[in-house]
Design a protein around this ligand. Structure first.
Ligand SMILES: [Zn+2]
Length: 98
């Protein structure tokens, strides 16, 4: 391939990369706006649960909605949000049965 041809392809790739980068940023910003809007709406309706992770002590926000499956894994550290906590009635009952 000639030097000129190579330079043209390089230029095109650079253009695509720049455009793709801009597109990715726009999508990410849109998602963040949507996320913020959704959680603000949930918070206003009292449907937002604030849990402090027992492992990393980060505050985790979870929607309190019926029929929504929830994971007890912390989104920050990946560990169980409630692990080590023996304050819930369920956990207490389980201990008594043993
Ligand atoms: Zn955590």
């Amino acid at each position: 391939m000639s030097r000129k041809g190579y330079a043209e392809i390089k230029q095109q790739i650079d253009t695509i990369q720049t455009e793709f980068h801009g597109f990715g940023n726009a999508v990410a910003q849109d998602l963040m706006r949507l996320h913020h809007l959704l959680y603000t709406m949930l918070d206003n309706d009292g449907k937002l649960e604030r849990i402090v992770c027992h492992s990393c002590e980060q505050e985790v926000l979870r929607p309190k909605l019926d029929n929504l499956e929830q994971s007890d894994d912390c989104p920050n550290c990946g560990k169980d949000l409630y692990k080590g906590k023996q304050t819930s009635i369920e956990a207490w009952d389980n201990d008594e049965e043993e």
